[in-house]
Ligand binder design. Structure first.
Ligand SMILES: [Zn+2]
Length: 179
């Protein structure tokens, strides 16, 4: 076994736009053998429940700031590296440090990516079920959903209509009736 050191830093020290870029990178990351593969050009990133961790081994190949790493992020990574850390973990629950700038959520970020809600078009219940295809993943030792089929049915009223709405509850889609 080998001891690896973590620096933990509040996500508030990353500009809002950059936080969103990482969130979207993680949201779009594919899975391989059940594990999330975050595809960043330079950084090795492990997503976790409260944010993500960046492996500092990339300094070996990048003594100077690569263009894919912002000046702000580079400063944070350099600071963690100078503390002797192997990882810098950005954690939204970590209190910000007093001597580093904090970037509040900007207007664009307010209510960003509201969760998509799928409702029954008949009774507006969210208790919907649909058919899906799953593939056995030996690495993950479980079934991994590969495709979700369009048609859903409502477990509350038994109807097979559904209505997609945005996070505001205002319908933005057509009722997807079944044949
Ligand atoms: Zn219903």
């Amino acid at each position: 076994m080998r001891l690896a050191k973590y620096c933990v830093c509040s996500t508030a020290h990353l500009p809002a736009e950059e936080r969103r870029a990482f969130d979207s990178l993680i949201a779009q990351a594919p899975r391989r053998a059940g594990r999330l593969i975050v595809d960043h050009d330079v950084l090795s990133i492990e997503a976790h429940q409260y944010g993500f961790a960046v492996h500092l081994g990339f300094f070996d190949d990048n003594p100077d700031r690569p263009e894919q790493v912002s000046v702000t992020l580079w400063a944070l990574l350099t600071r963690a590296k100078s503390c002797g850390a192997d990882w810098l973990s950005f954690d939204r629950d970590e209190p910000p440090m007093a001597d580093l700038p904090v970037y509040p959520e900007d207007e664009e970020g307010e209510g960003i990516t509201p969760p998509k809600i799928v409702l029954c078009g008949q009774c507006r219940s969210e208790d919907l079920i649909c058919d899906a295809a799953a593939r056995w993943d030996k690495g993950a030792q479980g079934w991994v959903v590969e495709a979700v089929f369009e048609e859903a049915w409502c477990d509350t009223c038994g109807d097979t209509h559904r209505l997609e709405v945005s996070g505001t509850g205002v319908p933005d889609g057509q009722e997807a009736g079944h044949a």
